[in-house]
Structure formats: C-alpha cells, structure tokens
Design a protein around this ligand. Sequence first.
Ligand SMILES: Cc1ncc(C[n+]2csc(CCOP(=O)(O)OP(=O)(O)O)c2C)c(N)n1
Ligand SMILES: [Mg+2]
Length: 682
Amino acid sequence: MNIIEHIIERTEARPGDLAWAPTAALRALAMDMVEQAKAGHPGAPMGMAEIAAILWRHHLRHNPANPLWPDRDRFVLSNGHASALLYALLHLTGYDLPVAELRRFRQLHSRTPGHPEYGVTPGVETTTGPLGQGFANAVGMAIAERTLAAQFNRPGHDIVDHRSFVFLGDGCMMEGISHEAASLAGRLGLGKLVACYDDNEISIDGKVSGWFTDDTPRRFEAYGWQVLRGIDGHDPAQIEAALQTALAQTDRPTLLCCRTIIGRGAPTKAGHQDTHGAPLGPDEILRAREAMHWPYPAFEIPPDVAAAWDHRAEGAAAEEAWQERFSRYQASYPELAAEFSRRIAGRLRPEIDAAAAAACEAITGQKTATRKSGQIALTAFAPVVPELLGGSADLTHSNLTFHPGSVPITENPAGNQISFGVREFGMAAIANGIALHGGFIPFVATFLVFSDYARNAIRMSALMHLRVIYVMTHDSIALGEDGPTHQPVEQLAALRLIPNLEVWRPCDTAETICAWAEALRRHDGPTLLALSRQALPAQPRSPSERTAISRGGYVLAQSGTPQAVLLATGSEVALAMAAAQILVNEDIFLRVVSMPCVSRFEAQDEAYRAGVLPPDLPVITLEAGTTASWRAYAGRNGATIGLDRFGESGPEAAVLDAFGFTPQGVAERIRMLLGRHLNERS
Ligand SMILES: Cc1ncc(C[n+]2csc(CCOP(=O)(O)OP(=O)(O)O)c2C)c(N)n1
Ligand SMILES: [Mg+2]
C-alpha cells in the first residue's frame, strides 16, 4: 500500500480525521494559494473543507467539461472571501483551471481573482464577496429552476431538475439581506435549495459572541425552512447524513448548521480570527502539513488523490444522460424543446420588433404617466417575451409592473409574476440569481428613491453583465405629497455613475417603449427605467426622430436659429418644450434635446453627438435632480437647472412651482442665463 492509499484508507475509515486525503488536498491548496499570493483567506476554506469535499465529491451534479450545461446543480459561495476553496474545488474536479492559475491566485488578469468573479473562471456561477448577496442569488437560482421546470417539464420528461447549493458564513447571516432572501425562500418553499452555514463563531473582529448571538436555527425555522442543527462540520458521516436529509426534502429549503473551526488544520492558529484573512506563514504551513500527514510540496497533488477528485467522467456521463432525456423530449415536444433552447441561449424572439412597432402605432395623444407607459410596453412585450419573470417590492399597483398575462408563481408554479414583498435589496440580488440561472429575463420594481436600498445588487448586475431590468417609478419631486423621503433627488446621478448600467428616463410613451425594447435587447448588462408618477404629454416626432430615441439623445424640436440647446430628460422634456415655446414669442430660439439615456448617447460617434450638441452652442440642462453630473454638458458657457437640495411635501403643482419647475420659471431662468451669456460674449 503506498502512502496515498494508506491515507485514503485510514481516513475514510476515521471520519473527521484531518488526513482524510481529498480534504487534506483542499486544505493544502488553500493554504498554498494564499501563501503564494501573500494575501487571501485561508480560514474559511480550511474550515469548510469536509463540507465541500462531501458535497462536491458525492452530491453536486456538474460537468467540469461544460460549466454551462443547463441542468447542472448550481453552487454559490456566498462567503466569497473563501475563493481559494472554490478554485481548489474547480481545479481538482477537472474544470479548465490548471494549477498554474492556482499559483497566480489574486494576480492581475488571472482566472483566480481575489473573490470569485462570474465570467472570469469557468464554473463560478456568480460573483461573490459582498456578503449575503450570494445567498440571495442562490434563492433566485432556485426560483428560476422551479419556474423553468414548471414551464417546460412534461409528464415523464423532467428536463429541468437540479438543485441550488450555497455556502454562507456568519457575515452573510448577519447581513440583513439574508433575512429578506430566506424569508421569501421559506414562503415559496424552495425545496431544492440547500444552504450550508459555516458556523465557526468567528468573523474578522474576533469571536462573534460580542455582536452576533442570534439563534440562527430558530430564525430559519421561523421562516419555514428545514433546519438541521448541530452538525459537526468536520465529521464526514454527519455531513453526509445531513445532506441526504436535505436532498430528501422537497417542500422546504434546508439549512445545514455546521459547527466548524476556522482555519482547521493550522496547528496553532486554528479557531482564531487571524486565519480569516491572512497567510498562515511558512512555519505554520509546514506544521499543518505534518499534522495532515500531507508530505507533498506546495501545489502538488499526488495522482491517486487527483484521481479521487477528478469528476470529469462522472460529469460527462451525467450530462450525457440529460442529453438523452432532452432528445426524447425533443422528439415528443419539438416546439417546446426549441423554445427551451432559445431561452437558455438568451435569444429574443424576432417578434419583439413588430410588438414594439405596434405599441408605438397605438400611442394616443393622451397625457400618460411614463409608469403607465411602462405598463403599456410590458403589456406589448410580455406575449412575445415569455421569459419575462418579475414583479415589484410590494408596489405593484404604483409601479404598474403587471399586465393581462401576469400569473403569480404562488398561484401557478409556471407563472411569471413574483411578489417580492418589501425587500428591495433581496429582490435585486434574487433577480441577479434568476438572470444567472438562465432561461429568464428578470424585471423588478420599486420607487426610484429606494434604489439606494438595492444599490449594491444593481452594481453587481452591472459588474456581472446581467440582463436585469429595473423599473423605478415616482422618479422626481413631482410625486408630490409623500415628500422628501420619497422624492428622489440624487438617485439619477448616482445610478448613472454605475459603469455598465443603462439608465433610461423617458419623456413619454414612445420613449418608454423604446427604452423597454432596448432593455430587452441588451445582452451585456442591466437597464434601469426611471418613470414618472405624473402624466406627461406625448411629444410629436418625425419617423427619424423616433428612430433616434435608441441613440440615447436626439433633437426633439428647434425653432429659428437657436441661441442655445435646452437639454432635458424625462418629465422635464415637456417642461423644456413649454419654456421654449414661451421664449419663441420673445425671439429667443432654442434647440430642445431629449436625452433619455446619457450613457447610450455617450456611446454614439463624435459626429452624431456633435450634430445633436453643436460645440458652438451653449447647453442648458434641465432635470429635477442634482446638477453636478450635468456640468460636463453645460460646460463653461452653459448652465444647469436642477435641484441641489431635498424636496418638500405638497401637491405636485405646488412643489414644482416652489422649485421653479414651471414653464414660466424655466423660461425666466433661461432669459437670465442667455442674457448673462450674451453679455459675457459682447
Ligand atoms: C457586505 C460586506 N461587508 C463587509 C465585508 C468585509 N468582510 C469580508 S469577510 C467579513 C467577515 C465575515 O465573517 P464570516 O462570514 O464569519 O467569515 P469567516 O471569518 O468565518 O471566514 C467581512 C466583514 C464584505 N465582504 N461584504
Ligand atoms: Mg465566521
């Protein structure tokens, strides 16, 4: 018997022994990666080594050769600082992540970045690191799985049938989003969701008993979860038994509460917060190797252990079995199978163009709130975009994010509407999970002012290039009586700062339909639609002006030889038009530019942008929000009209009047500004 056989033998027979070879391999790689990088987090990977090994070697259904196999189990590492664990797992099971990449842990342009990043490393299902969000992503994945299964499976044909597993630590549990996501998951009874809690009683500042003494099992029981308490997270037999119990449960999500020791295996540092986020150091690593009976040099995995971990053959067989099932499904339901493939590929049906055109044709001259226009667009697109899955954070009838074909998933599992409850952050992170899962285009809604609650998840949609659509209504002080707590002022500017987020603030139904269509067509990032509570007039447009909407900014109107450009967005476009009309009578001529999407306009070529905003014309910007971001457009010769303070409670007209957002008020500002400008020039 060689040494490895000896180790495997001896330790398989003695659960919990540190020298259990596959687990020792995980621990060794995690220690070595962090040591090599001189940065990272060895504690959680070493503490979760047994749980990870049992799950990945015996239960997780995945194919390392095809990380995109649609029916794979999903695995989320919500405690993303434990990235070394995930990279070790991916490497050992046979993903395209060679040891050279493990050696480059945390280096620039490696496939092993500091925290797991979606799209960078094959097999990484979501970007994690902002604690708690990975857990909510996993809830989204489980919702997506169940809904997709209900929509596509047929008797005897389970083409969608997989689980979502998530690891999370004390940090994720402390974050409020864990409550939002767990509560909804409990209500929905997501039976294929399994969470493994790394209950090591340590976070960065030390023993959590000083700041976190929740009874977590009872908390999750109260949500309606199956909770498996008191599992020794270093005892393979207990972990295995708990996972089997979890897999047998189909009506409720399961939480495995695993007592672990952070940095387990490090002879002097185990159990101490020092292992959380710093290399163990060469001496400690040497002694850990001895304690684990792991005599191999850094990054070396002996062939027997490598073979024990290699999941490629099993993974390929699992996917092949699914392919056979899918072929039979295809034979029985060719149209459904084609639709399934289309949805998984994220391709839109071609009818979307006709739906957009028909919706635009049907526009009446009636004043319409753009939140209502959003509903018109949703109603037009929903029949040809059955992959739409979403809803509101308890503001459905304010956000108007329902349509005649809306069916709550709580009434019919094959439905398309989710009532998220008052959980904006959870909602956004769940939407990310739905988008990551595939097969759906998620949309979520709340008041624009509460985008701040969801902000980091919106940022994560943008970072991960996910097609998530945010419908955010009541987009200015014009919402009136609810007052400054509800009146967004700085949110538009703040959202436009998020790279790769397209923020649309349409001015009427035509622009809203265009914005919705662009959001659907976008493959590489999220879109946020800022929509008005108040009714807005439909702007007249030539066919070419209508086409220009998708460029993000265009000339909407012009009189005479303009002295300035009046650049407005959303509800202030109508205001700009009215002010310009007043000024025409005084021989002050303006060009009115509507700019529903600044970043889209920025992406146009120089010639187009200069055509809309000629360099020699001063620009006056008009938006009922903070002005800092508009100064770049106003430049030295122009000006900004906006609101650099909080709003006021009062009826819409009174509030707008108080802040000068009336045709007369704006005309007066422009008179003054142009007078100043002309004086400066002469
Ligand atoms: C939202 C968020 N806040 C703070 C951090 C910084 N941070 C990373 S890990 C951590 C402590 C996590 O404790 P725990 O989950 O128990 O991890 P362990 O030390 O047990 O590995 C903190 C505060 C973060 N990554 N995300
Ligand atoms: Mg901890």
